[in-house]
Design a protein around this ligand. Structure first.
Ligand code: SF4
Length: 295
């Protein structure tokens, strides 16, 4: 997508890196293709394929169901979403009788593989991310098959209880949830470097996330207001909004209807930028843009 600049009564810029990343696009398109090619088979996804209610409803209308638990018995195809799953969960899906189609994003797979590699080599592994996020749960589960020295942290404070264990271990490994902010990683790296004998850092923030954050920061520096569109459940969208709040006025909305809550703010801004998370569909972004143009 091209970055779009509109010189209306207000300067409105739509970010180039706004909306579906390639991992999400691949998952949505492949799931639709699977159902189209296998109309007679049940096709389901374990967990929401992406954090967007409209897309989930669209998938349901095509016959692609979202399941939140693995049933004892199942049939047809069960899709693993871009966040990935633990080997144990994948095995359970197979045992239930499903054919598994793994749509884990290749960038997430790389983090899982790096975490396994470091765990096998007896690094004390620190996964930088949110412990309850499905991507992190799967990375941890993969690494824990090889080592019991695996922890998750999203701040230096969370590492303090492990200080002695880390100090006494011969080396520390670091991998990062793909959608994390570099601002979260940096102090953790600094702290671990100061207490470890040897540190291996794998900056696994994905290129798509890094480019989206970099462009949005540049836009924020010349904007009075940035609008971030996307689900509040989406980690990358929430992180994007958090980063921009440190630079300029930022509002995080799920859809164009929510803009009405910020009418005064929008009307008083002259330079407005719009960006969106990796799970935000194009039509949501377009609706936000249209509505802003009319303020
Ligand atoms: S945000 Fe990055 S890692 Fe996550 S699905 Fe998109 S491309 Fe893959």
């Amino acid at each position: 997508m091209e970055r779009r600049q509109l010189n209306l009564p207000k300067n409105i810029t739509l970010a180039k890196f706004a909306g579906f990343c390639y991992g999400v696009k691949r998952a949505v398109e492949t799931a639709k293709k699977l159902k189209a090619e296998n109309p007679e088979k049940e096709v389901c996804v374990l967990g929401e394929l992406i954090h967007n209610t409209n897309v989930i409803h669209e998938l349901e209308s095509l016959g692609i169901k979202t399941i939140n638990e693995i049933p004892e018995k199942g049939e047809g195809i069960c899709v693993i979403r871009s966040h990935g799953e633990s080997p144990e969960v994948i095995e359970k899906i197979k045992q239930a009788g499903f054919e598994v189609v793994d749509l884990t994003c290749p960038d997430v797979k790389k983090v899982q593989q790096k975490a396994i590699e470091l765990a096998k080599e007896d690094y004390f592994l620190v996964i930088v991310g949110k412990s309850e996020h499905p991507e992190v749960v799967a990375i941890r589960a993969n690494a824990q098959l090889w080592s019991d020295k695996v922890i998750v942290a999203s701040s230096v404070e969370q590492l303090i209880p492990y200080q002695d264990k880390i100090k006494n271990h011969k080396r520390t490994g670091i991998v990062v949830q793909t959608t994390q902010r570099i601002e979260t990683l940096n102090p953790i790296v600094q702290y671990l470097t100061s207490i470890s004998k040897e540190v291996h850092i794998a900056n696994t923030i994905c290129a798509s996330t890094a480019m989206r954050q970099k462009e949005a920061k540049e836009l924020a520096r010349t904007s009075d207001l940035v609008i971030v569109a996307g689900s509040k459940k989406s980690a990358n969208t929430t992180h994007l909004a958090e980063i921009l709040k440190d630079i300029t006025k930022t509002i995080h909305i799920e859809n164009d209807a929510e803009l009405d809550n910020y009418k005064e703010l929008i009307e008083s801004a002259n330079n407005i930028s719009i960006t969106a998370g990796a799970s935000t569909p194009q039509n949501v972004i377009e609706k936000v843009l249209e509505k802003i143009k009319n303020y």
